[in-house]
Design a protein around this ligand. Structure first.
Ligand SMILES: Cc1cc2nc3c(=O)[nH]c(=O)nc-3n(C[C@H](O)[C@H](O)[C@H](O)COP(=O)(O)OP(=O)(O)OC[C@H]3O[C@@H](n4cnc5c(N)ncnc54)[C@H](O)[C@@H]3O)c2cc1C
Length: 397
């Protein structure tokens, strides 16, 4: 896909990119990205951390002062205020992401719902928290979602459990609607995604009548996603509600492919990275062509896609500040994209994870592995960090 407009924005300005990090934080980032960029050091480090946690060795304070501090804002909602304020100072919004994973009981689902409600309440008080977010597997058992996805019949108990899931989701979306805080529903594995999408569509029908409050997530590495997006737009048009669409490429590619091979069905993932990229950029263009009905979030660290969206906005004569168009990256990653976009006036937010150190470990381990395995990703981060460290040093001389 060719970009048919002049380069509108540069992501190269490291002074802007790291404006919110002091020298200590930047040196820490340098250390972390240098470490994880070496596959074998990364493997040894993550293996040792997993073992140490299993053996209940006291490694939490080391993790807390290194990777946790870089990728997370705090151990509780109250402890995130400094980060929210710091990002907000530079025009970058915060999306508080309660990143506790692996809990699987009715009481933990209720507790997670209560926590999400607290993030919405907090968002209603902070101008720089434009969205809230949740994962359905924080509110429902994966086994139940998988059974529904596979269209298996449910026992009475399971029917009741799903009723409780629907109530939790409804309470979150109702509160988001009442406080005018947008809410993102993350996308997960294909074998549980149908009921997630169905609930997201149900909530959009109920709460998106005045504007997009509820956002579903479309994973464009899935061959089915462009059609799903078009169908959702068609439904929104028929029922006269707004469509909230968070576009991502998708985080579970290896797992998806392995399962498809193991269980002998056609992989639901595009065969190549180029095909995923093409679908992602087409989805951006589709959302922009239908901007009267769709609000879009580009959830990506891909420079081309972020830049392409700015080009599309210009083509559609939209202001950089248009409330319907959002850019989002993860906290601790791709600051060059987030902060340069924000400086140019675009609507930008960071997913900012928080939660007890031990409970957010699966999230942190994913970040470590992602920055090791995605070709070019960590070296690009590292080059930027080193460039900024050198720039600051030369400024002092
Ligand atoms: C704000 C935000 C929210 C997110 N929310 C979600 C979510 O709800 N659900 C979710 O699943 N993910 C989510 N992600 C993660 C996202 O899906 C990607 O894994 C991640 O952002 C990397 O993709 P990228 O667009 O940044 O860029 P890139 O680094 O350019 O793309 C990497 C991605 O391309 C795809 N890809 C790579 N190689 C191939 C190949 N050989 N064939 C086909 N496709 C390939 C994969 O999806 C891979 O993750 C989110 C990311 C962000 C920034």
């Amino acid at each position: 896909m060719n970009m048919d407009a002049e380069q509108r924005i540069s992501f190269e300005d490291t002074q802007v990119a790291f404006c919110y990090k002091d020298n200590t934080a930047l040196r820490k980032a340098n250390f972390i990205f240098s470490l994880v960029s070496h596959p074998w050091i990364s493997a040894v480090a993550t293996g040792s951390v997993k073992l140490a946690l299993k053996l209940h060795l006291p490694v939490e304070s080391i993790i807390k002062s290194t990777v946790f501090d870089h990728f997370c804002a705090g151990e509780s909602l109250e402890k995130c205020d400094d980060e929210i304020e710091q990002l907000g100072k530079f025009g970058v919004g915060t999306i508080l992401d309660y990143s506790v994973e692996g809990e699987n009981s009715e009481s933990s689902f209720d507790a997670t719902m209560e926590e999400i409600l607290r993030t919405i309440e907090k968002a209603s008080r902070f101008k720089s928290i434009p969205f809230s977010v949740f994962k359905m597997t924080g509110l429902a058992s994966s086994e139940l979602l998988e059974k529904i996805n596979a269209k298996q019949s449910l026992t009475d108990e399971e029917e009741k459990a799903f009723g409780r899931v629907r109530n939790r989701v409804d309470r979150i979306c109702a509160m988001a609607h009442a406080h005018k805080v947008r809410v993102l529903i993350d996308a997960e594995e294909t074998w549980i995604q149908d009921p997630i999408e169905a609930l997201a569509n149900e909530m959009m029908l109920r709460y998106n009548l005045e504007k997009a409050i509820v956002f579903n997530t479309y994973q464009l590495y899935r061959t089915a996603s462009l059609k799903n997006l078009r169908d959702a737009h068609h439904t929104a048009t028929m029922h006269q509600h707004y469509l909230g669409a968070k576009l991502v490429r998708g985080a579970y590619m290896e797992k998806e492919r392995e399962r498809a091979e193991e269980m002998n069905y056609t992989s639901p993932i595009h065969p190549t990275k180029d095909a995923t990229d093409e679908a992602f950029n087409q989805a951006l263009a589709f959302c922009m062509d239908n901007k009267q009905r769709i609000s879009v979030m580009c959830g990506s660290h891909n420079e081309y896609s972020n830049h392409y969206l700015t080009v599309l906005m210009e083509k559609h004569s939209l202001k950089n500040t248009d409330e319907r168009i959002w850019f989002a990256q993860l906290y601790g990653m791709s600051d060059n994209i987030s902060f340069n976009l924000a400086q140019a006036g675009y609507k930008v937010a960071k997913y900012v994870p928080y939660g007890p150190v031990r409970s957010v470990m699966p999230y942190l381990l994913r970040r470590a592995s992602e920055n090791t395995s995605v070709a070019g990703q960590s070296s690009r981060e590292l080059v930027m960090i080193k460039k900024e460290l050198a720039r600051r040093k030369s400024e002092k001389v």
